[in-house]
Ligand binder design. Structure first.
Ligand SMILES: [Mg+2]
Length: 186
């Protein structure tokens, strides 16, 4: 299987939380993070929702007011990502091809200045695209639990199967990290 070729450490997030609302923003600030990249599908909204509600709007307004620069980065297509991002007034990258690096590079071009990678955290719900992509690119990743897996597309369902195998490998190789991050709750 292909997952045997992949290094386990590239699939270990820096933190694991239930939802975006559980991210410790003050901690990220204290760690010098100023740029947040967010996945969209099943991280901010489930697949069967198109536009942000008031709760999402105020969450991102608060982040902006707290001084964070935000870019949305999604593998989904333009017709879904553009209206969602524009409703929030946030820059975005669609068809990002995570875990490849090209989408991350595009996301950084949406910023005013070229940032230091240590100042960036990616927030996403998938081990195989978000965590793997972010770690390969050299940035921190906060993994959230997927909002609703039922409505995921076929290729994401395949990613989830590989994800479960990878979680078992993490548990075997890095049991303490697995426990600390509560990865058994996924
Ligand atoms: Mg996602």
């Amino acid at each position: 299987m292909i997952h045997n070729l992949l290094k386990v450490r590239h699939f270990i997030p820096d933190d694991h939380v239930n939802t975006i609302y559980d991210i410790n923003i003050n901690y990220l600030k204290s760690e010098g993070k100023t740029i947040l990249l967010f996945d969209i599908d099943n991280t901010i909204i489930p697949y069967d929702i198109d536009l942000p509600d008031d709760k999402i709007q105020s969450y991102f307004d608060n982040l902006k007011n707290a001084g964070f620069q935000i870019v949305l980065i999604s593998n989904n297509h333009k017709s879904r990502i553009k209206p969602f991002s524009e409703a929030l007034g946030l820059p975005y990258v669609f068809s990002a091809k995570k875990p490849l690096k090209s989408g991350f590079k595009k996301a950084l071009k949406r910023l005013d200045e070229k940032p230091n990678k240590q100042s960036i955290t990616l927030v996403g719900d998938q081990l195989m695209t978000d965590v793997f992509g972010g770690k390969r690119f050299g940035i921190d990743v906060v993994l959230v639990k997927p909002i609703k897996q039922k409505t995921e597309k076929w290729y994401t369902k395949i990613n989830r199967i590989v994800e479960r195998k990878m979680l078992k490998r993490i548990q075997k190789r890095f049991p303490e990290t697995y426990d600390t991050l509560n990865l058994h709750t996924r």
